[in-house]
Every structure is written in C-alpha cells, then in structure tokens.
Write a protein that binds this ligand. Structure first.
Ligand SMILES: [Zn+2]
Length: 313
C-alpha cells in the first residue's frame, strides 16, 4: 500500500494506491493553514484516517508530487503557486509524521513515473512524458531511471526555446515551447490567427475547428507544427522508445494527435525514424496525479534525497 499525495495551489489530494489502482481518496485545502507545519499535520491526519479506514494493510511508503519540488533534496523550493514563500522540507516532515519513507518530486516527474509504472509507458525503460496544460512539463526516463540532473531540475522541455525572440514566457524569457503549446499558448495562437478573443479554453477552440472555423483550424495546424518540432528535438537528447502526451489538449485525437504523429515522424532525425512512437496517456485524469505521486513513493529514484533512498532499500 502506497499513499500518493498531490499538492495543488488550492486543494491537496490524497489516495491510497494498490496494484496501480486508487482504492481510497481524501482531500484537504492547501490554503488557510497557519504555516507549513500545520499544513503537514492536516495532511498526515488525512493520511492516517485513510490508512486506518483500510483495515490492516500496512503503509509502505508515501509519494508526494508538488510544484517546484526538488527530488534531490526533498524540498519544495519557493513555489510561486503555493502559500509558502520559502523552502519547505516536506519529505522529512511527512516521514516524521507518518513513520514511513516519503519521497517528494515535482508534478511532471511524478506524471512520468506514473505513466511508466501504471500507464501508457508501462515497461518502457526509455520514455518521455510530456504534460500539456496550463504549462508544459516533462519527465525523461532513460535506461530505466528518471533523469534528475545535477541539481534535481532536469527535464524542462517546456522551456526549450523554439522561436528566438518569440512570445513572452512565464519564465521571463522569450519563445519557449510552453508559450506556444500550453492552454494559454493555444488561446494566443487562436487570436493571432484572427479568432475572436472570447475563447476561454482549448475545448472551445476545438469545437470551433470542428465547426470549420478557419482561425481554429489554423490554431491546431500551428500547434501541431510547433509540438512536432519540440518533440523531435527532445528525441535527439535521450532517444526515447515512446513519448506519452498527457492533458486535455492531447485528447483531441482528430485535430491534434493524428496530424501530429504524421508531422512528428516527418521532422524526426533519420536515425530515430521507426524507433519511437507517440501516444496519449491512458490514465484517468482525476487519478493520474495520485498514481504519479504513488509511483514516486514506490520507485523513489536513485540519487534522490535521503528519505527516497530509504524507501528503496
Ligand atoms: Zn520559458
């Protein structure tokens, strides 16, 4: 039994995971606690209640996915979307409270491990998982190991510059992939292509494209082109066998995935052609973050912080 915890800006979710399935769930508010210690107490209480309600199966580990979480140190580092504006050593705080090893990792890496252990990347030891949402996240698994990098911050595909001097990105630079193929990026593309400014999400653009709206069709065409190039560039770095795309944007099979597969294989460097496939996550959106967090707890990751190493041993 593994406890997966997904920390979000307003709500934090908990799930007991067994054999790749979420068998019990809980949630607490992320906001409104006196400080991070009070938050950790509330999280641990909710975790204890879940475990107690589940009879006598012992808890083996805890995995926590959070924005700006550093898997090398076990610390959430000044996350802009979380209430604490300083470093929070949450892995140690949860290990102290729940008395089992806790592994902390960022949400994109959690998603990658979730796909690798339980999802569309199961058993594929060279895998790239890309999350397309408000931002663009990624996790690289190479030779059966999650790539953390020298400082625990590897795998920021969303911030590879695609268009020099291009759109302003949330990171303060210009032209990053994320500024083009995220939800916000697609809305900007739709407006640039002559679409009206009243669209709130990608589903609205997709609905219009299916109703033959010229700007919406052009938005998907440009998104396909940028994403194909971004992914083909990423393949050159680690040579994955499979790429899994996660998020609502990727669920547009007709408008995005079909043309994307064609274009991706066209722009792929020759030596990779026929050696890498592109697929969409099969995990339920609601459970994916919890399964990813649980996979962090289960797999840990060599080179991770001390609590993670204990989880492995
Ligand atoms: Zn950026």
């Amino acid at each position: 039994m593994i406890l997966g915890i997904d920390i979000g800006g307003t709500t934090s979710k908990l799930g007991l995971v067994q054999d790749g399935k979420v068998i019990a769930r809980a949630r607490i508010d992320t906001l409104g606690h006196a400080d991070e210690h009070a938050f950790a107490d509330a999280l641990a209480d909710a975790g204890h209640r879940l475990v107690r309600a589940d009879d006598h199966r012992p808890l083996r580990a805890v995995g926590v996915g959070a924005p700006n979480a550093n898997q090398l140190t076990g610390i959430i580092e000044m996350a802009p979307n979380l209430p604490w504006k300083h470093d929070v050593p949450l892995a140690r705080m949860m290990t102290d409270r729940l008395k089992v090893p806790a592994v902390l990792g960022n949400d994109a890496n959690a998603a990658a491990l979730g796909e690798w252990r339980y999802g569309a990347g199961r058993g594929i030891d060279d895998l790239l998982v890309v999350t397309l949402g408000t931002g663009v996240g990624s996790g690289f698994i190479v030779n059966g190991q999650l790539v953390l990098g020298s400082a625990g911050n590897a795998g920021e595909l969303g911030h590879m510059i695609l268009i020099p001097g291009g759109r302003a990105c949330t990171c303060g630079r210009q032209g990053c992939l994320e500024a083009y193929v995220s939800i916000r990026g697609m809305i900007a593309t739709y407006t640039e292509a002559g679409g009206s400014e009243d669209v709130a999400d990608v589903k609205a653009i997709a609905d219009r494209a299916r109703a033959s709206d010229v700007a919406a069709i052009e938005c998907f065409r440009r998104t396909t082109e940028w994403l194909a190039i971004g992914l083909a560039n990423a393949v050159c770095a680690t040579g994955p066998k499979r790429i899994v795309l996660f998020g609502g944007i990727a669920r547009n099979g007709d408008l995005l995935m079909a043309p994307l597969r064609d274009r991706f294989h066209e722009v792929l460097l020759n030596i990779y052609k026929g050696r890498v496939d592109l697929t969409v996550s099969a995990l339920e959106e609601d459970d994916a973050a919890l399964l990813g967090a649980a996979a962090l707890g289960e797999v840990g990751g060599e080179g991770s912080h001390a609590e993670a190493r204990r989880a492995r041993s």
